[in-house]
Design a binder for this molecule. Structure first.
Ligand SMILES: Cc1ncc(COP(=O)(O)O)c(C=O)c1O
Length: 368
């Protein structure tokens, strides 16, 4: 083998992509940690989902159903949808990538927002397209800024609603206004990964907009409130044309059999999901108020996480807070890559984790 030869070159632009860095998992030297860095539910998965997963272990020699029909039917039944308009993915991440591969190429533009989920930018660039980043206003998606950024090359517009890592949302009227201003050839992607947590009358995940238009899709996930992040299950509700196009591009067996079985069982257990939602609602309010009381600014959140800003003017840095918390077993998420160099994102956890973070941050603030 001649090692002096050059390696094959990735396509132009691939090496310019900054790889996604997931939330930290460990605190060195500590046996017990509270991982509050990836917005996973503290309540785990429904016992029915776990049972279905275990049962699936006895048929692992068989390929899964390439259409994931049992899962699509369960989603369709629970949400009152037509299963033909649903496509499942290996996490919603896969669907976001497939949308870019299918609708974007060199010279095309994809719009993302200033603090938007990083996977959008990565996938737009990986497809050869150009990410166009528009400003947010007060840590909220600014619909007018998006409209102003649309050109004849815009093929896709991504908004996370609610947003990660901000936790803020775009009211349904604003989403409609955005859609009305887009050209028919531009696809509006409503990423509703945290929809199940939102309790606001003026919020809609996007079902109605998808049903009545040909250029809107909504993506959802089983990784958050359903507690199945480890199985990688996402789904998309979309017009038939979009489903059929992505069906040509995706891997033929993109969901594994245990994931299909567990996902179907999980979504049918809505009593469990309601409990997870109630737990979050209660602790989101308690944590937000407690942190505000000790002098930290918290972006008002409708999700299962809060964005905590440290006062730089008082000499407080997110990096110091992160080290302080990590040494006590609380792992939060650094969000510098999202445009928040002096903030941390905290997932709402168990009572013990939430109270522990509040106590540790109270000490941290008191030291200065
Ligand atoms: C806004 C948003 N979209 C999508 C995802 C990806 O979810 P999944 O686990 O389904 O790939 C996440 C996960 O962090 C997210 O925060």
């Amino acid at each position: 083998m001649n090692l002096a030869l050059k390696s094959p070159e990735p396509r132009s632009g691939i090496l310019d992509i900054a790889a996604y860095v997931p939330g930290k998992e460990i605190a060195p030297g500590l046996a017990k940690v509270h991982k509050l860095s990836s917005n996973e539910t503290p309540l785990g998965a429904s016992p029915r989902a776990i049972e279905a997963f275990q049962k699936a272990a006895f048929n692992l020699e068989r390929y899964p159903d390439g259409q994931a029909n049992a899962l699509k039917e369960a989603i369709a039944a629970v949400h009152g949808l037509n299963a033909a308009n649903i496509l499942c993915g290996n996490g919603s991440d896969e669907l976001l990538g497939l949308l870019c591969q299918t609708y974007l190429g060199p010279g095309d533009e994809g719009i993302v927002t200033q603090h938007g989920f990083l996977v959008y930018r990565i996938q737009i660039a990986a497809s050869g397209g150009t990410p166009v980043t528009v400003s947010e206003r007060d840590e909220r998606v600014d619909v007018d800024a998006i409209i102003a950024a649309v050109t004849e090359r815009t093929r896709i517009v991504f908004i996370a609603n609610p947003g990660n890592p901000t936790g803020t949302y775009v009211p349904v009227d604003e989403v409609r206004r955005l859609h009305a201003a887009l050209p028919a050839g531009a696809l509006l992607v409503l990423d509703a990964a945290y929809a199940e947590y939102v309790r606001r009358n003026d919020y809609e995940a996007g079902l109605e907009l998808v049903s009545s238009n040909r250029n809107v899709v909504m993506t959802r996930t089983f990784s958050k409130i359903y507690g199945l992040a480890g199985l990688r299950i996402g789904w998309m509700y979309a017009p038939r044309d979009v489903v059929e196009a992505l069906d040509r591009v995706r891997g033929p067996f993109n969901l594994n059999a245990p994931a299909i079985a567990a996902g179907a069982a999980a979504i049918r257990d809505q009593a469990f999901i309601a409990e997870a939602g109630d737990h979050n609602q209660k602790w989101l309010a308690i944590v937000s108020q407690a942190l505000t009381k000790i002098g930290l600014r918290v972006t008002p959140s409708v999700t299962n996480f809060v964005l905590i800003h440290f006062p730089a003017e008082a000499g407080m840095s997110a990096g110091d807070a992160d080290s302080y918390l990590t040494s006590r077993g609380f792992i939060l998420r650094a969000v510098g890559a999202y445009g928040f160099p002096n903030a941390l994102r905290m997932t709402i956890g168990t009572k013990e984790a939430n109270e522990g973070v509040v106590a540790a941050l109270t000490e941290f603030m008191g030291r200065k």
